[in-house]
Design a protein. Sequence first.
Length: 122
Amino acid sequence: MPSNPTLNYLGVILSAVSGIFYLFVKTESNRSDDRRPILQNDSINDINEITSVVNVENIEAEGSFLQNLNPKVKRIGGIVCACGSGVLFAFTFTPALYVQDNYPGASNNALDYVFSLYTGKE
């Protein structure tokens, strides 16, 4: 527990407000850059060989599931995934903290648990 709970609550409020502000950030995409060929003009023969093997037109027309989503749905999905990964990251150190709190003689130095944390060894 922090020594000053007021600062702790202020930090949580600041994080929540900054997350709300982030929801209103608009991204701009220039679609002409997305359609620019990756390969240079001198390799047109290579492109023709590739398109004869793989029908690129069908792949571009169908697109992937994520490419066909509404931009707002993509943003909400990204925010949910980011929050979920943040929650999972917060629980990363829970086993080491549990050992420190509940086992007599366990080391209170957090560096003693780094090897087991990152390798999955006991």
